[in-house]
Design a binder for this molecule. Structure first.
Ligand code: NAD
Length: 467
């Protein structure tokens, strides 16, 4: 089953671009480099497929459940391809495939509620829900499959069709996912397009798209919002984060150190809501730095295909350069690396897991999103100072508070300006919860029933109580 528009045109040789294995830095495959003008036909077919797909919610529920099974059945191939192009350890790729299927299953069973409003007049109003049309889903390279599913599963069950564009750094597992989903969905209900910019920009501004749901960086999110303004399509933006973990003075460092380390370093720190800054009470600061540094120095770093590996490479060369630049800047600003602080010798995009101390609070590794295996640990003297610092960036995705007295930790968590706050852990999400960032971290709400309604519009019918 073709998943790319160029492949449908007999005789045309589509252009292709290289896909690099970040563990080696070598090209290992290619993907179609679709031209922006190919989108007209793709969106047109998505529009035509919408008319049939939106008609029957039972068909959609069944198809999404079948799709979840198909994803699981293809789990080994999907996971291996994901590790090859993304870099994460194979076990994490399998977990991502499982989360992709779980999203399909969760949304398969969600349906909007029709409500009737009576307000004393001789008419009643019935609120029904209608799909929007073709939805553009644009996703980044850190969790290509599960972030895509978080977009297409609610969009599809709501009755929309989807044009899905993965990052050019990770197009292959998504293309395979498109092929797998095509065994469960009617033709053109979900189309994967791959290519380099300006493909995403053109998709976001395409007049046939009725909702642009985007996950990625803040600057690209702004560009997407501007592009979608041309057609006044609905926009949902899930953007970057700079989550703080605030440690309270009653923590037991040994008890939390593993969890805190992995909350920062999972997926090589390339998680929108990873812990990106730690605030520790001044009297515990040295102990926290030592516990985290010890883990950073001993964690197994290597190719994601090696079963021993716990931390893979950074996904791509530009991101590695950003991580290196922000670390060098911190060291130049007076920071000290308690662990790491440099690239690893040898092939591939590896950066030594890094714990930074003595970091000036204004250094970019604190104020910006490092999105890599680098963690600054900052001391604080008063809780107000820590909360102000945690809230003191332009981001507001998540945050966490760590302490033994849960009521006290809960009271501090209430003061965090973010979409999700955790106590004694970080970044664990329920499929049923709303997911939204504040400030520059996002626009709109994804997740749970909110994600479903984000893909629907209300349609209200007023009718007399009697004929
Ligand atoms: P990015 O913004 O560079 O790219 C994201 C996607 O947008 C890619 O598919 C890219 O090809 C595409 N794109 C690039 N330019 C475009 C344009 N002008 N118009 C339309 N699309 C365009 O982000 P990235 O580097 O791939 O991902 C890392 C970022 O994503 C980080 O900032 C991270 O925090 C964020 N992120 C956020 C969440 C969340 O849920 N809030 C989840 C994961 C990642």
């Amino acid at each position: 089953m073709p998943t790319s528009e160029s492949e449908r045109v007999p005789g045309r040789q589509p252009a292709r671009f290289a896909v690099v294995d970040p563990a080696t830095g070598e090209t290992f495959d290619e993907a179609p480099d679709q031209r922006p003008d190919e989108l007209d036909a793709v969106v047109d077919r998505a529009h035509r497929a919408w008319h049939g797909w939106r008609a029957d919610p039972v068909v959609r529920t069944t198809a999404l459940r079948v799709a979840a099974n198909a994803v699981e059945a293809a789990g080994d191939d999907l996971a291996r391809l994901l590790t090859l192009e993304q870099g994460k350890p194979l076990a994490e790729s399998h977990a991502e495939v499982a989360r992709t299927a779980a999203r399909l299953r969760y949304f398969a069973d969600l349906a909007p509620r029709t409500r009737r409003i009576t307000d004393g007049r001789p008419v009643h109003s019935e609120i029904r829900w209608r799909s929007l049309g073709p939805v553009a889903a644009i996703v980044p390279w850190n969790f290509p499959l599960q972030l895509a599913a978080a977009k297409f599963a609610p969009a599809l069950v709501a009755g929309n069709t989807v044009v899905l564009k993965p990052s050019p750094f990770t197009p292959l597992a998504t293309r395979l996912l498109g092929t797998v989903l095509a065994t469960a969905l009617p033709e053109d209900v979900l189309t994967v397009v791959t290519g380099r910019e300006p493909l995403g920009a053109r998709l976001a501004s395409h007049p046939g798209i009725r909702h642009v749901t985007f996950t990625g960086s803040v600057p690209t999110g702004r560009a997407v919002a501007e592009a979608a303004a041309a057609s006044l399509a609905r926009v949902t933006l899930e953007l970057g984060g700079n989550d703080a973990a605030v440690l309270l003075d009653d923590i037991e460092v040994d008890r939390i150190a593993d969890r805190l380390f992995w909350a920062a370093f999972r997926n090589c720190g390339q998680v929108c809501m990873a812990v990106k800054r730690v605030y520790a009470p001044a009297q515990l600061h040295a102990e926290v730095v030592e516990a985290l540094a010890q883990r950073a120095q001993t964690v197994a770093v290597g190719s994601g295909l090696n079963p021993e590996t716990r931390l893979g490479p950074v996904n791509n060369a530009p991101q590695l350069a950003r991580v290196e630049q922000v670390t060098k800047q911190a060291l130049a600003d007076g920071a000290r690396a308690a662990a790491g602080g440099h690239r690893l010798d040898g092939p591939g995009y590896f950066f030594a897991p890094t714990i930074l101390t003595d970091v000036p609070p204004g250094s970019p590794v604190v104020t910006k999103e490092q999105f890599g295996p680098v963690l600054p640990v900052l001391p604080y003297r008063s809780l107000d100072e820590a909360v102000d610092a945690a809230n003191g960036t332009g981001f507001g995705l998540g945050g966490s508070v760590w302490g033994t007295d849960l009521d006290r930790a809960g009271a501090v968590a209430d003061r965090l300006e973010c979409g999700t706050a955790w106590i004694n852990h970080h970044a664990e999400l329920s499929l049923a919860q709303p997911f939204a960032g504040v400030k520059n971290s996002g626009v709109g709400v994804a997740g749970g029933p909110w994600g479903l309604y984000g893909n629907l519009r209300p349609f209200v019918v007023h009718r007399p109580q009697e004929a």
